[in-house]
Design a protein around this ligand. Sequence first.
Ligand code: HEM
Length: 343
Amino acid sequence: MTDQLYYTDYLELDKILDSQHPKSDFKTDEMLFIIIHQAYELWFKMIIHELDTVREIFDTDNVQDNAGEMSIAVHKLKRVVKILEVLNRQVDILETMTPMDFLEFRNLLLPSSGFQSLQFRIIEAKLGLKMDQRYKSNYYKNTRPGGFNLQDFQTINQIESEATLKGLVIKWAERTPFFDESLWKEYQSSFPAENGTQKFWNDYKQIYQNSLSGVEQRQTEELEKVFYKEGLGEFSVDAMRAVLFIMLYRNLPIFQLPFDLLSTLIDVDELLSQWRYKHMLMARRMIGMRVGTGGTSGAGYLEGALRQHYIFKELTEISTFLVERSKLPNLPAAVKEKMSFNA
Ligand code: HEM
């Protein structure tokens, strides 16, 4: 009987529940402050776990779009979305602490700060945020008090150098075979073809231009830049083309999961931003315009990070280049066949 599994042992609750040691006496709200942070860190751990599974799925030359792998990846990312929703709501619990309550123990925390949350930085890095893209990146690049210790700094750099989810999604998009010349032989062009331009993209430029109002005409230049010449951000021309094509023809059976994937990545970005926003408002409410315990400018830094730390911004920009469904060219049978589950 003695070796039967016991709830407390399985969950190692002796360790977890013996890990709350306020620096102040027990009359303050520090217990709440500690438990909230620990709850966040546990959920961060879960998010990292799921991101690793998704990265592993994409870290191959051939993700089976219509088989189980893509569906597992999307399912895991949707779980991340649900966790982030809970993390956003958790801010409300901490806001039951008043600024005066916080002042009771705030100085005892110096110079530590949520800035130093290694797991939060790992989530950002695994998704695809790079040191140099960060707001005030020099805050990250030194090991001053309030910044990272050397070990954490090295860990973040190491993770940044590994394949990020963003990088892997870009490679997957680049590998999609939608515009293989062999599939477009029977395509009926609606507009005279420009030399060397793929037939669909030749038409799309005209269709897009015709869809713009007078004041929007300059957008055609932007379309050319993004889908014909340079790409956008870290997305190459091929990756941007694939992603736009998925968004345009998302009703094709085989595009439903890829479309779900792209929408879920946008959800993740949006929820992380909502968290940054709620956290910034909370910080402002608690400490006004004081500097943070971690030595940044406080609310100013948090606002900058909110503005700048979008990871999948290229995906949201796609919406600039959509046209009404009724204006879309009919796809040739060969393309449709390739894009069906029976191909
Ligand atoms: C009284 C409540 C809180 C206040 C006043 C506060 C304040 C701040 C401030 C001012 C910063 C900027 C860095 C600095 O100079 O310290 C920061 C960063 C951060 N805090 Fe908090 N925080 C609070 C609660 C939390 C909680 C509950 C979490 C949950 C894990 C958290 C996680 C973070 C993270 C991850 C960062 C880095 C954000 C980024 O770089 O985008 N904070 N916090």
